[in-house]
Design a protein around this ligand. Structure first.
Ligand SMILES: [Zn+2]
Length: 45
C-alpha cells in the first residue's frame, strides 16, 4: 500500500498499478503536493 508522507493518508492499491492519483485527497496549499511512499506489509514468515 501507499502512504502519503505529507499528511499520513494511506491507500491500498492493487499490485501492478502505478502510483495513486495525485487527486486522491486534497492538501492545503501549505502542505504542498501529495508525496506517496510505498509501505511494505510486515509479514514475517
Ligand atoms: Zn496527503
Amino acid at each position: 500500500m501507499y502512504r502519503c508522507i505529507v499528511c499520513g493518508d494511506e491507500i491500498g492499491i492493487a499490485k501492478g498499478h502505478a502510483l495513486p492519483p495525485q487527486n486522491h485527497h486534497q492538501h492545503a496549499v501549505s502542505q504542498g503536493p501529495i508525496r506517496w511512499q510505498l509501505t511494505v506489509c510486515a509479514v514475517q514468515r
